[in-house]
Ligand binder design. Structure first.
Ligand code: F6P
Length: 329
């Protein structure tokens, strides 16, 4: 990158995640630190097409580090998928004098960033999604907060399930990945967790585990279902048919995307924002800021998009060993 970056844009795109505001704040403040101006692009890539912006000075990002959601709004843009839409976005960069764009979001956001970079706009990506399903980064902003929200909800459900000696079937988000479900399932001591990464054998993974729990004296059961592993409502019906229980089903839904970000999400978002701006300041672009084994690195977007991250199945093994183990024969 030859041109010195003087003004940058920052946007949030795709599903929101707690900690996005902390990342926006860090980008804005880091830009000021490195002698740049920062412009917030509202409503994701669509906002870049529509020239929908707000100046992000120190005042604009005051007190947002602990706020859920994103002050920049977010959207999924059909128009940006078209060449014409992207050309309009490049036009906005020219008109606003944006020398680079920092895009905060998931894989879809980074695919958009890659397309824009191919049209000559320097870009950097910051991973933020409650699903933690971005291959290049061990951690994505928002995951910790979403886990804690789901854990808090399931703890509350357990109170009433315990009183009534019931079975609770809880569906958590995660799109096609089971990171959120498995982490949460371990943390709440679930009877069983159903995730897309493990083919569900209903008899072994659900029926027998509930029976084992019952035989060990437990009279309330928690079944955590990742949305990618099927519908909690359907599993509730199957549990009723197989065991004669009368389960209560809860789909946690978008509540998992809200709330004040945890310390981990604020801190990670702040570090990632700084690294993204520093890359621009030092003349680099075209990468996603990732966490790898505890440190932060930059991975070229194309490579980052091709990377796969496997759910550590040892965690599933631990869940199986600890929750509802079978009685010694
Ligand atoms: O990617 C984040 C996520 O919350 C997924 O867990 C979920 O499948 C999806 O977004 C829901 O999307 P929407 O906000 O469009 O309902």
């Amino acid at each position: 990158m030859d041109k010195k970056i003087k003004r940058i844009g920052v946007l949030t795109s795709g599903g929101d995640a707690p900690g996005m505001n902390a990342a926006v704040r860090s980008v804005a403040k880091s830009a000021i630190h490195f002698g740049m101006e920062c412009v917030g692009i509202r409503r994701g890539w669509q906002g870049l097409i529509n020239s929908d912006f707000v100046i992000l000075n120190n005042d604009a990002v005051r007190h947002i580090i602990g706020r859920g959601g994103t002050i920049l709004y977010t959207a999924r843009s059909e128009e940006f998928m078209t060449e014409k839409g992207r050309e309009k976005a490049v036009g906005t960069c020219k008109v606003l004098g944006l020398d680079g764009i920092i895009a905060i979001g998931g894989d879809g956001t980074f695919r958009g960033a890659l397309e824009l970079s191919r049209l000559g706009v320097p870009v950097m990506g910051i991973p933020a999604t409650i699903d933690n399903d971005i291959g290049c980064s061990n951690y994505t902003i928002g995951f910790d907060t979403a886990c804690n929200t789901a854990i808090d909800c399931i703890d509350k459900l357990r109170d009433t399930m315990q009183s009534h000696e019931r079975c609770s079937v809880v569906e958590v988000m995660g799109r096609h990945a089971g990171f959120l479900a498995l982490y949460v399932g371990i943390a709440v001591g679930a009877t069983c967790v159903l995730i897309p990464e493990h083919e569900v054998n209903f008899e072994e993974d659900v029926v027998q585990r509930i029976q084992n729990a019952r035989l060990s004296g437990i009279t309330n059961f928690t079944v955590v279902v990742a949305e990618g592993a099927g519908s909690a409502i359907e599993y509730g019906k199957k549990i009723h048919e197989a065991l004669g229980l009368d389960p209560r089903v809860t789909v946690l839904g978008h509540i998992q995307r809200g709330g004040a970000p945890t310390g981990r999400d604020r801190e990670t978002a702040t570090r990632m924002g700084y690294y993204a701006v520093r890359a621009f300041a030092e003349g680099r672009s075209g990468s996603v800021i990732c966490t790898q084994n505890g440190s932060i690195t930059e991975i070229p977007i194309e490579e980052a998009l091709a990377m796969k991250k496997n759910l550590p199945m040892i965690r599933y093994e631990i869940l199986e060993a600890i929750s509802a183990p079978s009685m010694p024969k």
